[in-house]
Design a protein around this ligand. Structure first.
Ligand SMILES: Nc1nc2c(ncn2[C@@H]2O[C@H](COP(=O)(O)OP(=O)(O)OP(=O)(O)O)[C@@H](O)[C@H]2O)c(=O)[nH]1
Ligand SMILES: [Mg+2]
Ligand SMILES: [Zn+2]
Length: 346
């Protein structure tokens, strides 16, 4: 984060957090926001100073959940050890990559999600729908930012395709390197409000951050010309105070956004598919051969698009599978916790 001094309010402190403090908390603890996360450690700030917190053992000490960028922690005034994680106003999470698949927080206490994609071969409707499901599940405002509009004559075509995905989603095309072009995003940058940038590597998240911030402090990286893929230049999650007073979170490019058990978000993202499935004669209709299938009818009359139907089914299956994994992990964690108490070290 920039090395200026800030008030808690400038870091996004709101009554929703303050209301969680008891009289004893006010005397004994300091609220601090997680401004950076990197494998084994976190950086927290109370506006006046920053502290590095290392995770001593694999786990979260006396905190029952893993903190992420944007979280508010109460630190012991004397030792600066985190005592409590304040309830979040919102949380973006996904199923983490790798073999040991588990629920992974991405960012907390977010007001607006900028889904960042580019006007090139990176643009993918199925992938964008994943981000929409995630935002709807988390109950946060979201905007699609299509970058690299300066590198194509077809920016408007990309925009039109994206507008069909979700009727209430604003779609803005920009050149992330140009501050004038980026002014179209300013209306979402309100003082004390937190905006997070999510998208694949190389779409220009850090470039946007630098342009909005009017600096070039954060490292950006060239993409491969052959397939428009980035090189995973950003490796930490970090929160920055913008000149407008808004807080902007940059995260490393996401390789594959695996949805967690977000059935409600998926249903909201595909309203036309859900309403057709509810009209099928049989409640367990597989939409293949059954008589009275409203989904097949809707496909024929064009109310439903086959790509969207297929993506909906795929995401639902994924959410089902991950729901089971999450339940299983919870059970195992509950029994493990009793045996290995976890500790923080300063
Ligand atoms: N012409 C043009 N180039 C852009 C635009 N946005 C980003 N770039 C370039 O694309 C490359 C990747 O940008 P980054 O900002 O590093 O991408 P990122 O999304 O932060 O990538 P990761 O950190 O790997 O997730 C850089 O060379 C940028 O200069 C844009 O709107 N127009
Ligand atoms: Mg980056
Ligand atoms: Zn059916």
């Amino acid at each position: 984060m920039n090395h200026k001094q800030y008030s808690l309010i400038e870091l996004g402190w709101k009554s929703a957090f303050k209301d969680q403090l008891s009289a004893e908390d006010i005397v004994k603890t300091l609220p601090a926001r997680v401004t950076m996360t990197h494998r084994g450690h976190l950086v927290v700030s109370n506006g006046e100073s920053e502290h590095l917190l290392q995770i001593a053992e694999k786990g979260i000490g006396s905190l029952s959940v893993q903190p992420t960028v944007g979280d508010w922690l109460l630190l012991d005034k004397e030792t600066l050890i985190p005592e409590r994680l304040l309830d979040r106003t919102s949380l973006l999470q996904r199923m983490g990559p790798g073999q040991d698949v588990k629920l992974q927080p991405i960012a907390a206490n977010i007001d607006t999600l900028f889904i960042v994609s580019s006007c090139n071969s990176e643009f993918n409707l199925n992938r964008l729908e994943r981000y929409i499901c995630l935002a709807l599940e988390a109950g946060i405002n979201f905007v699609l930012v299509l970058t690299k509009a300066d590198l194509t004559s077809e920016a408007n075509e990309y925009r039109k395709k994206a507008l069909k995905l979700f009727s209430k989603m604003p779609v803005v095309t920009v050149n992330s390197r140009d501050s004038k072009s980026v002014t179209a995003l300013h209306k979402w940058f309100k003082q004390g409000e937190t905006v997070v940038l999510l998208g694949s590597s190389g779409v220009g998240k850090t470039t946007l951050l630098n342009t909005i911030n009017g600096t070039s402090t954060e490292k950006t990286g060239a993409i491969r010309e052959t397939d428009d893929r980035g090189r995973h230049t950003t490796t930490t999650r970090s929160l920055h105070v913008m000149p407008s007073g808004a807080l902007l979170i940059d995260v490393p490019g996401i390789r594959e956004l695996q949805l967690h058990d977000c059935h409600a978000g998926i249903d909201k993202a595909f309203p036309e598919v859900v309403s057709a499935t509810q009209m099928c004669r049989f409640s367990d209709c597989s939409h293949s051969k059954e008589p009275g299938c409203a989904v097949r009818e809707a496909l024929e009359d064009g109310t439903i698009d086959i790509r969207r139907l297929n993506n909906f089914s795929k995401l639902k299956e994924e959410a089902d599978k991950n729901m089971e994994i999450i339940a299983e992990k919870k059970k195992r964690a509950a029994s493990k916790k009793k045996r290995y108490p976890r500790k923080w070290r300063k």
